[in-house]
Structure formats: C-alpha cells, structure tokens
Design a protein around this ligand. Sequence first.
Ligand code: B16
Ligand code: MG
Length: 215
Amino acid sequence: RYEGMIFDLDGVLTDTARFHYAAWKRLCEEIGCYFDEIINEKLKGIGRMESLNIILNENDIEISDEGKQFLADRKNLYYKEMISKITPMDLLPGVSELFQRLNELGVKKAVASASRNACTVLERLGIIDYFQYIVDTDRIKNGKPDPEIFLNASKGLGIPPKKCIGVEDSQAGIEAIKKAGMYAIGIGKPDTLYKADLVLRDLRDTDRIISILLP
Ligand code: B16
Ligand code: MG
C-alpha cells in the first residue's frame, strides 16, 4: 500500500493554470510577443524565470537580465492580482472529499509546487492545514522535470518514494514523479500526460484513487 500522496498545486487542486496563462498572455500582448496554448503547455510546472526564457526563445528575443527580471516581476504582479480573489469555492471538484478520505485512512499529504505563490493560494483555498509538508521552493535547486522537488516532499513526509503517489497536471511534473520512483497520476488529457501510470480528468473518482492507494 501507499502511505503518502504528493500533490502539485496549479492545475491539480485549483485551476490557477488559467491565471498563469492569462498573466503571461497579458504580458506578451504588452510587449508584442506571440503566445498561445501550445507554448503555455510547455510552461506548466516550470518556474517563473525559466517560463519567461521559453517565451522569449519562441519569439527569438534576447534581452538583458534586468529586463527579464522586470518582465517576470510584472507577470507576477498580474498573477497576484488574479489569485487575490481565490476562495474555497475555487477548489477543483473532488479535492475536499478526497482529503477527508485520506485523513480517515491516515494517508499523509504534501504539496510539491514550483510556484512561489503556493502558500498564498493554499491559504486562500482554506486547505493549508491539511498538509503535513509543503516544499519550500527556495531549497530546490532543480525544477521539474528533475525529481528533486518530489524527492524533497517524500523526505519531508518521512515516507520512501516507492510508497508515494504523485499527482500532476504537467508533462514536466509527471516526468519528475516517475524519475523519483513514485506512482504517477496525471490530471488532464491522456495524450499530453502519456507518461503517467493513470490519467484522470479530475480528482472526483475518489474510490478509484483509494483502490490504487490500498490495493
Ligand atoms: P510562480 P505548479 C507552477 O506551479 C506553474 O504550473 C507554472 O506555470 C508557474 O510558472 C510556476 O508554478 C511558478 O509559479 O510564478 O507563482 O512562482 O504547477 O508546480 O504548482
Ligand atoms: Mg501544475
């Protein structure tokens, strides 16, 4: 049986993925950059500055480090404006019920998000106290798809990777979970998350998830 579940935040517990998209889109329109859903898919689970680098590369734009910092800060400003309106109503379907079941079963939970805004979002959603461990992104050297963030979470929970299930909506995240030696549940479309052990549309099918946890 598995003893711990490690959740990504954006796109798994709440739909902040659309806010990240909207904030990048607004920035790109301002600076005359091309940006679409296909580029956006590559940014999921990827840190802020690295995401900006991907966008600039796609547009063949080169700018100074100060210029990049300015743009990354600006995107974050737009993003923070959007997440300031989040409430517990913004939890994705199935999350509350799943957490309740996991608590009853004594399954530990952690958050492994690449976002520096993760704690603000968890607080606004009213679920921060459900987690025994939240990865501190400042301590992570290598972002997803490197397994470091998930290995850090498993250590933080005190549960070996083999006994953990990771849940992710991004390709980079699923790759990180698999490299960490965990069972991977993808949230989204099977064609984009083909490396996952199981792909679900959302966390609503609690019975299915519990049957994997406790075979
Ligand atoms: P921030 P996750 C990731 O969060 C997002 O998927 C990604 O789009 C974003 O660029 C990254 O966090 C950094 O977020 O700018 O708030 O620090 O999916 O790993 O929870
Ligand atoms: Mg995500």
